[in-house]
Design a protein around this ligand. Sequence first.
Ligand code: BDR
Ligand code: CA
Length: 307
Amino acid sequence: PLLIDTDPGVDDALALLMAFQSDQHQLLGLCIAAGNVGLQHTCANALKLCEVAGINVPVYQGCAQPLVFAAEDAAYVHGLDGFGDIGYKPAQGYLETEHAALAIIREANQHAGKLLLVMLGPLTNLALAVRIDPTLPSKIARLVVMGGAVTGKGNTNISAEFNIGFDPESAVIVFESFPEIELLDWEAVLRHGLKHKDIERWLALEHPVAAFYQKISLKTRQWSEGRRGEYWHSADALAMLVALCPEYVIDKYKHYVYVETQGKHSRGATVVDWADRMGKPAQTEIMHQVKQDQFERLIQNALGWSI
Ligand code: BDR
Ligand code: CA
């Protein structure tokens, strides 16, 4: 059983398409966070993606704000609506009435010891769920988190990655309460770029999913090409590979990770105890390298290719 918490978002969408293709997992639903853009948009985008892909799973609305302090979104990367402002027709599907945090707790109870929980956005819903039910971490089989910048090379301020930087207080709650976290950080994302030329070829397929993804990702791909050159990066898709196919991880490290909430330049930083000097249990597996060819294969499959 697989439950995904997400703030779609262009790279979230690719990760979700990968999950939709998996025959190894039963997708229980999508929990929606605010992050890349506001909650109304992330919810609408999740419903639309399900409609385009022909997937019928419950979609749970989560928190509209970080737990403590308001934060800036990433509309400059993903478009004002988070899906490239293509003006799509709203989906016909509807949101569940249950809150995302409560859905996480309920599914964790129903699938205690078996649930794979994948976090692709800020950790707000999960932190709230842990505060409501402190026994939650013991019931989750695997927790995969896209977030952090493990040597301080962030993508929002100097040292913070977006998902952690958006809601550092929630990240503290999660990193201090889960005994085992599989972390896919922004610096790993930068090691696994995708050539723009390849992506363009994959998106040229005559398939409704590829056609939709081509449109919603166009703005952010152009934005990225102008800043980062030949390679495009899809953080959440890489995290989804870790979740779905952990056997494709070829290098990882296990250490204690602390989330910084203070500091002018360090709020939201993920501070890794690389030398294990703090005497704290190493709760985080930091994914360093995965099989690039398999990553690319899963993406192509997600876009409708049979490879
Ligand atoms: C993360 O931040 C968001 O903008 C992306 O969707 C991804 O989850 C990358 O730092
Ligand atoms: Ca995301």
